[in-house]
Ligand binder design. Structure first.
Ligand code: F6R
Ligand code: ZN
Length: 191
């Protein structure tokens, strides 16, 4: 069989994912975001600069994947691993994005760690949903999403989404999300 309706024909395959650690040994794509890639995202710019200098621009988060064709019908899947820490009082987070094809959803199954999925829509709605091992978050179409690590170990999730979705980092660097998550007086505060 050849491609059908512009969807590339593939043979079935399987791969291993260590559910305790999130390791996906056969991953061929490894995306690394370092602290310096996060300039402009956190409230306390000086604290980010200090971290970059002190720890020689450490890895902030990474994504492991085995790509499939970015076409309607296929499903992209990956492991997202966000390290723990704070910039000033603000917990480490991923940049966050809309999907370029806005009407595409995503599933995050949390394998390790704890935190929140922070979400917003372009017309002002906002949600923050707790993430912990064994908890699945459904990010519906139209919702920009960012994960935040409020724990002490890496926040690791298995993500699945339509392969044609694409990533639109859009206004997030300038506008952020309606809510940020801080540690204040030893408590997690969503403000
Ligand atoms: C894919 C997805 C995740 C993120 C990853 C990194 O649609 O939502 O795999 O891409 O957690 O976050 P960003 O892309 O916001 O830097
Ligand atoms: Zn996404």
């Amino acid at each position: 069989m050849e491609a059908k309706n512009k969807t590339t024909f593939l043979n079935p395959f399987s791969l291993g994912i260590d559910l305790a650690t999130g390791d996906m040994p056969e991953a061929t794509n490894h995306l690394i975001r370092r602290a310096s890639d996060m300039k402009g995202y956190y409230l306390n710019e000086n604290a980010l600069e200090e971290l970059i200098k002190r720890d020689s621009d450490p890895i902030h988060y990474e994504v492991f994947e085995i790509p499939v064709p970015e076409e309607y019908g296929h499903l992209m899947y990956c492991i997202s691993k966000l390290f723990p820490g704070k910039i000033g009082e603000e917990y480490f987070f991923t940049k966050g994005h809309y999907h370029t094809v806005e009407e595409t959803a995503e599933i995050y199954l949390c394998l390790k760690g704890e935190g929140y999925m922070v979400m917003k829509t372009s017309d002002g709605k906002s949600e923050e949903i707790r993430m912990e091992r064994g908890q699945m978050v459904y990010v519906p179409p139209f919702w920009a999403h960012r994960s935040v690590n409020t724990g002490t170990e890496p926040l690791i999730s298995f993500c699945v989404y339509p392969a044609e979705a694409g990533h639109n980092y859009g206004d997030i660097k300038e506008q952020g999300f309606p809510k940020r998550i801080f540690e204040k007086g030893n408590a997690i505060r969503i403000i």
